[in-house]
Design a protein around this ligand. Structure first.
Ligand code: NAD
Ligand code: UD1
Length: 332
């Protein structure tokens, strides 16, 4: 069996991708320091797939650990999810973000280089497009960052480009995710933010369960159909499937640097998502319109053609699927 190292594999996107990898026949080895996830995820994955992934609790910044891990068994590729991802926190704690996301990625890449493992799929973000100059966003749209988190993604994207240019044999996919939401349809794994959720959908889900009273809708004066922010929400299992396609693309290539959007190509507003969640949950979601959130953009959605052309992959699930599955997970 082909072994894939999944850093951050007990996290939200990593756990769903681990399920998809196992179902596609790969052996998964997870490395996660559990800073934002729980070891119980492994049991849930085992229940879904029938196989418990191999797990090492540890940090991507631990070079000795990485060397021993690569020495212990042949790893064919690395899917690199591990990192910190909260925009507001990154403004408050920039050094923690550069340390985890940039220094951590460099440590991982150096260990891969030592072990001669040169196949990598990296979690980038649509945040690298900054404020869109045109929609849909194509991969050649100029990049910019308005906060330290976004900047770490820009820097790692550049490091990967430099590395690819410097040494033959690297096969790298930089995947720019739009807004991942939803949960596995089993309701066994999903998104479990610590504290007050920063992102819209986990917040809406917690209002539906009664854990929080009202959603604050950040602005209804944007230049969008109903004035609220528009985003390209993608079901996390579609995203996971996109990773399997990207991995297979890399494993087949002689060498390549692929950069693709993973989105649906369709934008929905905050109010669209609240209504869809009301339908999924049968609950009324109370909300207030408040001022815009600093740093937010009006609208953002992906051009999905390159992902289809290169990977033969398209997202398939609807916002109703996303809300139904998120509700099943949240209400459990
Ligand atoms: P997550 O926090 O659920 O998962 C990240 C995992 O990495 C966690 O399990 C955490 O414990 C682990 N981790 C963090 N730092 C680590 C370290 N130094 N060593 C080992 N493990 C470490 O986040 P997610 O939503 O699954 O995101 C995964 C990746 O996708 C991140 O790189 C994130 O920036 C990127 N991304 C996420 C989104 C999103 O909306 N969720 C959007 C775009 C990009
Ligand atoms: C945010 C991050 C982005 C990151 C992404 C996924 C910011 C500025 N951007 O994107 O870098 O890649 O999460 O982790 O934080 N909204 C409300 N009320 C809420 C929460 C959100 O109205 O309580 C609105 C927002 O204004 C936006 C939409 O809902 O229009 C989606 O917000 P969110 O889920 O936070 O994602 P992004 O802002 O797109």
């Amino acid at each position: 069996m082909t072994t894939i190292l999944v850093t951050g594999g007990t996290g939200f996107i990593g756990s769903h991708t681990t399920v998809a990898l196992q179902q596609a026949g790969y052996h998964v080895l997870i490395l996660d320091n559990l800073s934002n996830s729980s070891v119980q995820v492994l049991d849930a994955i085992a229940t879904i797939t029938g196989t418990r992934p191999e797990f090492i609790q540890g940090d991507i910044r631990d070079a000795a650990l990485l060397d021993s891990l690569f020495a212990a068994q042949p790893v064919s590729a690395v899917l690199h999810f591990a990192g910190l991802k909260a925009v507001g926190e990154s403004v408050a704690m920039p050094l923690a973000y550069y340390d985890n996301n940039v220094h951590g990625s460099v440590q991982l890449l150096q260990a891969m280089q030592r072990a001669q493992v040169r196949t990598l799929v990296f979690s980038s973000s649509a945040t690298v497009y900054g404020d869109p100059q045109a929609l849909p966003l194509t991969e050649d749209h100029p990049r910019s960052a308005t906060n330290p988190y976004g900047h770490t993604k820009l820097v790692v994207e550049d490091i990967l480009e430099n590395l690819h240019a410097s040494e033959a044999g690297w096969r790298i996919a930089r995947l720019r995710y739009f807004n991942p939401v939803g949960a596995h349809p089993s309701g066994l794994i999903g998104e479990a933010p610590q504290g007050v959720p920063n992102n819209l959908m986990p917040y809406v889900a917690q209002v539906a369960t009664g854990q929080r009273e009202r959603v604050q809708v950040f602005g209804n004066d944007y230049n969008t159909p109903d004035g609220t922010g528009v985003r390209d929400y993608i079901h996390v299992t579609d995203l996971a499937d996109g990773h399997v396609h990207a991995l297979q693309y890399c494993l087949q290539a002689r060498q390549d640097l692929l950069t693709v959007n993973l989105g649906t190509g369709v934008g929905y507003s905050v109010l669209d998502m609240i209504r869809a969640f009301e339908q999924a949950s049968g609950k009324t979601i109370a909300y207030d319109i408040v001022g815009r959130r600093t740093g937010d953009i009006a609208a953002c959605w992906a051009d999905t053609e390159l992902a289809y052309e290169k990977l033969g992959w398209r997202a398939r699930k609807t916002i109703q699927d996303m809300c139904d599955d998120a509700w099943r997970w949240e209400s459990k």
